[in-house]
Ligand binder design. Structure first.
Ligand SMILES: *[C@@H]1O[C@H](CO)[C@@H](O)[C@H](O)[C@H]1NC(C)=O
Ligand SMILES: *[C@@H]1O[C@H](CO)[C@@H](O)[C@H](O)[C@H]1NC(C)=O
Ligand SMILES: *[C@@H]1O[C@H](CO)[C@@H](O)[C@H](O)[C@H]1NC(C)=O
Length: 956
């Protein structure tokens, strides 16, 4: 047993400065506990602890002792953590707050506890939940009382996987790529903290989405990328990266406290598979060997340090004076991993990689906190369960998949399947891969595809908090926890849920937040469709379930219990039927054409229709099919896998275009590279996106001629596969680095438009740019900068003056276009905004209009308010399937200012008009049939596509 003398030694700081006796006393009680704990923890059986009179020890010996105490300390909060009365992050001057009438998701009881109560915040902590008595209140002088009127309140959103600050936005060459080192595959000594830019625009944006805490991980270029750090996103009085840290380990400055009964959890990033292979031009075999070599070193160091400390803490004075603590700054963090004191976060996708890492954990006996991405984890839950120590959690995207081979088998049903297998599910952003402002949307989608409600909210709050070792203070609404809260404008799992206010450490983060009233139903748990069969198939087919639609067997299909029917005529969407009260309608389709629709009495009786196939829509809807634009859908299958893609066109600025394609007079047609039946294409079809417009993939100025095709077509030879061979001429004018300058690109465009005769008129470029000048063909310019857009508007006028024409110009991208809304409307220039929810990725799109709660209007609504024709697009193919939610969300943000038809137009009629798709016969386009709600409803399911052109009904 430790004696008093021994514990007194703990009161010496590591630099050897002696404390007074008085101080010693203060530490004694705790020190005893601590020594007991650590003796039990690591050194059971080593006998008595150090008993020397430390006042005679050299500075080196004292430092070694402190280091040894730190090495044996238990990870996690000190045992008396919850006795705290004030947060270590309390900012002086923060007023106490009483939130009255909250509907609180507490995180307790497996995420099922919801209580109606008040919440008292003070000193950076949640001080009370329930009915706060007036006596208690009277004790607070300057309290702010906020009646949230029954609004949902959750803990602040916790992101387990972010590169905020390290990959900061807008990206600049000097400060954005600070998350990946290319100096070697194994670098446990690097620290994400060292690259944390405090001026990332995303802090404020992510807070506005409710994110309060994030684990900032190094990137995944390296097998061992380095140490990660947990931050709170709010700005601090110190304005420093260090001040943003939540419970940093003492290794950030190697000043170890004299009392080290516990030590904060450390975090470490690992990655396996394609990323390290690509960056270091090596194979999976090389990477795993590098891991093993590194872990062997770590194990050796741990043994060396532990043996030293066992003796040192046992009173080996001679050793302490003769030999310094065996420090090794490069390997000490990995030694801590094998001690089990590090939350290891492993980027790993495929079965082969998961299996490799699980084997590694068993060989070197360390647990891992979570597999991240892990797109195949749902196929091999037992592999995860055989990991050393405990099964890792799985931190996922909801629907972002198929971008590389490793992600090809990713499934939207993975969260529910993993949860069913008893594994912990976390939804993460990988910010800025996904904008963490919308992390709660990931939870919403996981819920949509079957993750239970309690686990879906936990997946972005209490579960990640526990996986990062911070659940003693964040991730719950509990007395004594940090005052990090989000007040929502709806149920947090309802599409478009937006914070009305966000508190971090008790400090309100949104100044004058903008909110809209949402329909009452949005306060309730959202209804979601049944996807049991789809989830079973995902596993049955090892992630590649067949997506091809099945044709209805009968030539007559009758849809009953129809809630509404929208059709298009003359380029506008009209409501052709809407049920009144419970009087639902009927739609009869014969050979792919609607032959009758209306209230039940207005169509022939079902029995008179012979062998009709009858489908009950349960109040669902029929609407025009949506169109997608912006991603290379139809030209790629696996984005990062060249062998699956059309490829990239030559750029007239960058390359000498081979004469075989016509030199710089060439204009490449996307239609020539189309691939049908791809997985993203078919998922889009199944999501109600029945056509796509795609321009040739390009990195520079020259794009070429876009095309429009049917996403449901399985071959170029199927009827209606290509809807329009050439829709418009596309170019990009962007800041591309030093060369070509923006002015050179504008110069080229001016020459192409004003002097098409320089391009022999029989050449592709001469012909098409000539037709743009004459107003016969649309020109789509991919750009975001308001300055470039203004220049383009002037160029349009110049061309019109010369040719006495009306040039059809559309801006694609257009994140800064709202700044010129009035001028664009006057010049009749429309905008396809990409993406619908803007993010300032680069400098030329830094002036976004963020929308609720940061601004009253979003950029889409601002443009619409000025009568600019607006469409929306996407940046990556996997997101095409969610187009209906993108527009549904815009409609919600409009707070009733946008009709269903206006919203649908954003991804159909407006988009087609803006991109030069000429629809001659409106009756021929595909219609989308949804069950249980309309197309924009999160709770509806697309069950059929009606195709007049192909004369069929596809059942999904
Ligand atoms: C937590 O909730 C999930 C889903 O609702 C359930 O399957 C699981 O059994 C629950 N776990 C516990 C420990 O109650
Ligand atoms: C070192 O970092 C720890 C943890 O943040 C902090 O408490 C301590 O004050 C720092 N020490 C010095 C000397 O900066
Ligand atoms: C937009 O168009 C509507 C209907 O034509 C008109 O009433 C309104 O004034 C226009 N708004 C602007 C800003 O021009």
């Amino acid at each position: 047993m430790p004696e008093k003398d021994g514990s007194r030694g703990l009161a010496l700081s590591n630099n050897g400065i002696r404390r007074t006796r008085k101080d010693n006393h203060r530490f004694q009680g705790l020190s005893l506990l601590v020594l007991l704990a650590l003796t039990y923890y690591t050194f059971q059986g080593f006998g008595s602890v150090f008993t020397h009179n430390e006042e005679e020890l050299s500075a080196q010996a004292v430092a070694s002792l402190a280091r040894c105490r730190s090495v044996v300390a238990k990870p996690g909060p000190p045992p008396d953590f919850h006795k705290r009365t004030q947060s270590d992050r309390f900012a002086a001057g923060t007023k106490p707050v009483l939130l009255k009438n909250a509907k609180i998701w507490t995180g307790n009881k497996n995420g099922t506890e919801v209580i109606d109560a008040d919440i008292l915040l003070d000193k950076g902590l949640i001080k009370g939940i329930g009915h706060v008595r007036s006596q208690t209140l009277a004790a607070y002088q300057d309290i702010e009382v906020v009646d949230v009127k029954g609004a949902w309140v959750t803990p602040g959103i916790v992101d387990l996987h972010s590169h905020l600050g390290d990959a900061s936005s807008p990206a600049t060459s000097g400060a954005s790529g600070d998350d990946n080192s290319i100096k070697g595959p194994i670098q446990p000594w690097l620290r994400s903290l060292d690259g944390l830019n405090t001026h990332d625009d995303a802090y404020q944006l992510s807070i506005s989405g409710g994110v309060t805490t994030a684990l900032v991980l190094p990137g995944s270029a390296n097998a061992i990328g380095g140490q990660a750090f947990t931050i709170k996103l709010r700005s601090t009085a110190e304005r420093s990266p260090t001040a943003m840290l939540l419970e940093p380990p003492f290794t950030i400055n190697n000043s170890f406290p004299e009392v080290a009964g516990s030590t904060p959890w450390r975090q470490m990033k690992h990655a396996c598979g394609e990323n390290p292979s690509r960056v270091y031009d090596q194979t999976r075999m090389d990477t795993i060997w590098q891991f093993r070599e590194a872990y062997n070193k770590a194990r050796e160091l741990r043994v060396k340090q532990d043996q030293f400390c066992a003796k040192a803490l046992n009173g080996d004075r001679e050793l302490l004076e003769s030999t310094p603590f065996p420090e090794d700054l490069q390997w000490e963090a990995l030694a801590d991993v094998v001690r089990g004191r590090v939350k290891v976060q492993v980027h790993c996708y495929e079965t082969v990689d998961l299996d490799d890492i699980v084997r590694l954990t068993n060989e070197f006996q360390f647990p891992i906190a979570a597999f991240h991405h892990a797109h195949e984890a749902y196929l091999v839950p037992d592999v995860l369960k055989s990991a050393y120590g405990h099964p890792p959690a799985v931190a996922m995207f909801a629907t972002n998949a198929r971008y590389k081979r490793e992600a090809y088998r990713g499934s939207e049903f993975a969260p529910r399947i993993l949860a069913q297998n008893g594994l912990k599910v976390v939804m993460k952003s990988d910010h800025p891969v996904l904008d963490s402002r919308y992390l709660v949307y990931e939870a919403q989608q996981a819920y949509l595809y079957g993750l239970p409600e309690n686990l879906a909210i936990a997946a972005v709050t209490s579960t990640p908090a526990s996986i990062m070792g911070m659940d003693h203070r964040v991730g719950y609404v509990k007395e004594g926890w940090d005052a990090d809260l989000v007040i929502w404008d709806s149920h947090p799992l309802a599409l478009g849920a937006t914070p009305k206010q966000v508190y971090i450490d008790g400090i309100p983060q949104l100044k004058d937040p903008h909110t809209v009233e949402k329909p009452r139903v949005f306060q309730e748990t959202p209804r979601v469709p049944n996807f049991d069969q789809e989830a079973t198939d995902a596993v049955k087919y090892e992630g590649l379930p067949p997506l091809e639609p099945k044709k209805a067997k009968s030539s007559v299909v009758v849809f009953t219990n129809v809630g509404s029917v929208y059709t298009r005529s003359n380029g506008v969407i009209e409501t052709s039927f809407r049920s009144v009260d419970s009087d639902l309608g009927i739609v009869v389709v014969e050979n792919g054409k609607v032959s009758c629709s209306g209230s039940t009495g207005s169509c022939p009786s079902i029995s008179s229709l012979g062998h009709a196939e009858v489908i009950d829509l349960k109040g669902g809807s029929i609407s025009p099919g949506l169109t997608t634009f912006g991603a290379p859908i139809g030209l790629e299958e696996i984005a990062q896998e060249d062998s699956t893609n059309d490829g990239v066109v030559f750029d007239a600025f960058e390359d000498k275009i081979p004469s075989i394609v016509g030199g710089d007079k060439a204009l490449i047609r996307a239609v020539d590279g189309l691939q049908f039946g791809g997985r993203d294409t078919l998922l889009a079809y199944r999501g109600g996106v029945t056509s796509a417009i795609v321009a040739p993939v390009h990195y520079g100025f020259t794009a070429g001629l876009a095309t429009s095709f049917s996403t449901g077509a399985l071959s170029r030879f199927s009827e209606g596969s290509v809807l329009q061979e050439v829709t418009a001429v596309h170019v990009s004018v962007r800041h591309q680095g030093a060369t070509p300058s923006v002015s050179s690109q504008i110069g080229a465009l001016r020459r192409l438009l004003l002097e098409p005769e320089h391009h022999a008129s029989e050449s592709e470029a001469g012909k098409w740019f000539g037709d743009v000048g004459k107003g016969k063909v649309t020109l789509v310019v991919d750009t975001d900068s308001a300055d470039i857009i203004a220049t383009l508007v002037l160029l349009k006028k110049e061309v019109e003056a010369k040719f006495h024409s009306r040039v059809k110009l559309t801006i694609a991208g257009g994140l800064e276009a709202y700044l010129l809304a009035k001028e664009l409307a006057a010049a009749d220039v429309g905008v396809v905004q990409i993406s619908s929810r803007p993010f300032p990725t680069t400098w030329e799109k830094r002036r976004i209009l963020p929308g609720l709660p940061l601004s009253k209007k979003s950029s889409v609504l601002e443009l619409l308010a000025h009568n600019v024709t607006v469409g929306i697009g996407i940046a990556e193919s996997w997101s095409a399937r969610s187009t209906r939610f993108d527009i549904g969300w815009i409609a919600l943000d409009a707070g009733g200012d946008l009709t269903m038809s206006d919203a649908l137009a954003l991804s159909s009629t407006n988009l087609e008009k803006l991109l030069g798709r000429e629809v001659k016969d409106y009756g021929m386009d595909d219609l989308v049939v949804t069950e249980g709600g309309d197309l924009l409803d999160f709770g509806s399911k697309v069950v059929a596509i009606v195709s007049p052109r192909r004369e069929l009904v596809d059942l999904l």
